[in-house]
Structure formats: structure tokens, C-alpha cells
Design a protein around this ligand. Structure first.
Ligand code: SAH
Length: 342
């Protein structure tokens, strides 16, 4: 049985026609799913009984069970959701002054192998479907009763390695008849899968693109991020410049500062050269140490010096506030633990 939330509105129309229904039924169902938040097909009272029966026997609603929920001192909440088949994913809800932000996972594990990230080293369990991506938001809103205003694809997984499902999920989230979250409130973060950056530029979706840069030369970046061996910095920066030219949108560059690795003034100078004249913003992240990882956080003093150097040289840079570190919910800390553990 297929998850009915895997279909965007156009696809759902086609699907309903294929089972002998009128296309407008899709709009009614979409409204039940994303606006009225129906928990069962029986709740969909403006559909005929026979259609409800048909839906029940052909589709699921794709809801998750909460396996674990951890609440941080700063209010950040981390969820572990059961996907069935012994698989689970993590989702984080953060409160910022500009609203609630949800950090969603796009895959069960990750294939990119970044050396500083806790998702590296867990067995890759495959792509999430669009419905499973969207469901993270529905479950969190249901559990907390609060409205989510921003969504970032910065949980477990490489969104551009699950391109079709991520784009489809964005279409459902963005659709005024769906979850109706404006594209400008949706960010997609990538380790640098260059061909998909070009694809994204052509999608006509106004979401924000974040690039996990973390180093300014190939030697250093390859030592931190194996994806750099496939698409090097020159190719990545060309793709970013082309993306900006095609979309006229600013790119956000993520730069996780690790002590004595990429946090000295030489690095800051190289970063200024790399981003010179680009429509860009730099997000500095104090790197989070992971178990058996070789990177440790830069000192606060270095982080501030790094930011100031960038700002003084025409690059807008901010330091990302760390949230949820006491519940292992900070950047790069998400890790699907063995369900039998603790
Ligand atoms: N795969 C995507 C999105 C998931 S990671 C990507 O690479 O962008 C979300 C962000 O957290 C990325 O910028 C990633 O580089 C960063 N990150 C991963 N591990 C981290 C760590 N230990 N400390 C700080 N940031 C980390």
C-alpha cells in the first residue's frame, strides 16, 4: 500500500483519476491531510463512503510512532520516530525569535561520509519518501500543538542525494492547499552535489540553498568531506555562482570551525577571496565534537575573530547559536542510535 502523502497535488489528481474518481477529490483529500489534519480516512466526511473505503484499502496515512522525545534545557526538542521495518529517524524542533524551525531528515543515514558528522558510520538505510519527510512536520505540530514557520533540511541525510523525494516534499509543504509554508522559509543544505545544484536552480522553487563549505582549499576540504574528491571547490563555486545568476538568490555558506584545522586567519583570508563579490552569507558553526572524532570546537575568541575578519572584509557572517547540545541535537550530532540501546 502506498502512503497517500507521497503524492503532490498534481500527482494525487492523476492517481484519483486512475482509480475512477474526479480530480477535485484530490483537493478535498489534500485539505483533509494538511489543513484539517485528519487522522483517519473515516474523518474525511465530505467523501462518499465508498471512496473512503477505497482509500482505506489502497493507501496508508503514513503516520509515525514517537519512539523517544528529548527536551533540552533551551527548549529544543528531539524526536526519534519509528518508520517500521526496524528503521527510525530523528527530527529536531528549535525555537528562534523568528518562529519555530524544524530540522528534518531526508535519508535514513547518509552516504556522504563527512569526517566530522555523527551520521557518518551508521548503516545507510535508504531514502525517505516525500510522505515521510512531510510527516515529520505533521507529527511535531501534532505533538507540540505549535505552528512551524521554518523548515531546514539539515537533519540526517544529504537532501540532494534524495533529490526527487525532497523536491516533491517541498512542493507539498509549499503548496497553499498543502502545508502552505512559503518557499523563503524552506532551506535545503548540501555538502556539494554539484549536478543537483544545477537541477535545483531550474526548479523554480524559491527556497534557500545552503552549502556546507567548511574549508577553502581542496586539500583541507577533501580531508573533511570526501564529496570534495568528486566535485572539487572550483566546480562547487562555479555551480554556486551559476545558481545565483540563474535564481538571483543569495546562498548561505555553512562553515563549521574546528580548532587548529580551519579556524585561523589564513582560512578567513581564503574564504574572503573565494566569496568575493558573491551574493552570499556565511553561517559560522562552532563544530560539535562527535564520538571518536578528531575535530574539536574552536575557542570563542577565534570564532569571534574569524567572524570579524569576514565582516570587516565585506562578507556578511554570523555565528550560529548552539541549540540542543545537551540532548545531542546540535548540528551534526543527530544519530540514529540502535533502538535497543538505553
Ligand atoms: N547533508 C547536508 C545536510 C545535513 S548536515 C549537508 O551536508 O549540508 C547539516 C549541517 O550540519 C551541514 O552544514 C553539516 O556540514 C553540519 N555539520 C555536520 N556535522 C557537524 C558537526 N559535528 N558540527 C557542526 N556542524 C556539523
Amino acid at each position: 500500500m502506498r502512503n497517500i502523502k507521497d503524492y503532490n497535488l498534481d500527482e494525487l489528481k492523476e492517481e484519483l483519476v486512475s482509480i475512477g474518481e474526479k480530480p477535485f477529490r484530490a483537493e478535498q483529500i489534500f485539505k483533509w491531510l494538511y489543513q484539517d489534519r485528519a487522522n483517519t480516512f473515516d474523518d474525511m466526511t465530505n467523501l462518499s463512503l465508498s471512496l473512503r473505503e477505497k482509500l482505506k484499502s489502497n493507501y496508508t496515512l503514513g503516520d509515525f510512532k514517537i519512539l523517544r522525545k528529548l527536551v533540552s534545557k533551551d527548549g529544543t526538542i528531539k524526536y526519534l520516530f519509528d518508520l517500521g521495518n526496524d528503521n527510525a529517524i530523528e527530527t529536531v524542533l528549535m525555537e528562534y525569535h523568528h518562529g519555530n524551525t524544524i530540522c528534518v531528515s531526508s535519508q535514513i543515514g547518509c552516504r556522504m561520509g563527512c569526517k566530522f558528522c555523527a551520521s557518518t558510520g551508521i548503516a545507510f538505510g535508504g531514502n525517505l519518501t516525500s510522505g515521510q519527510i512531510v510527516q515529520q512536520l505533521l507529527e511535531v505540530e501534532k505533538d507540540t500543538g505549535s505552528k512551524i514557520s521554518n523548515i531546514v533540511f539539515m537533519g540526517i541525510g544529504e537532501p540532494l542525494d534524495n533529490y526527487d523525494n525532497v523536491i516533491n516534499a517541498i512542493r507539498i509543504i509549499n503548496n497553499p492547499k498543502g502545508l502552505n509554508i512559503g518557499a523563503r522559509h524552506i532551506s535545503v543544505s548540501t555538502s556539494g552535489v554539484v549536478p543537483r545544484i544545477y537541477d535545483l536552480a531550474k526548479e523554480n522553487i524559491q527556497c534557500t540553498l545552503s552549502i556546507s563549505l567548511h574549508a577553502t582549499n581542496n586539500e583541507k576540504r577533501s580531508s573533511m568531506m570526501p564529496v570534495n574528491n568528486m566535485y572539487n571547490i572550483e566546480e562547487l563555486m562555479k555551480a554556486c555562482k551559476d545558481y545565483i545568476a540563474m535564481t538571483n538568490k543569495r546562498i548561505s555558506f555553512e562553515y563549521a570551525l574546528a580548532k587548529d584545522n580551519n579556524d585561523n586567519l589564513e582560512d578567513a583570508k581564503e574564504l574572503v577571496k573565494l566569496l568575493h563579490g558573491m551574493l552570499a552569507h556565511v553561517n559560522l558553526i562552532p563544530i560539535n565534537s562527535i564520538e571518536n572524532g578528531k575535530y574539536t570546537k574552536s575557542t570563542n575568541e577565534n570564532i569571534i575573530k574569524f567572524r570579524d575578519y569576514l565582516n570587516d572584509h565585506g562578507i556578511v557572517a554570523t555565528i550560529r547559536r548552539e541549540l540542543g547540545s545537551d540532548i545531542d541535537a546540535a548540528c551534526g550530532q543527530l544519530r540514529k542510535k540502535n533502538l535497543k540501546e538505553d
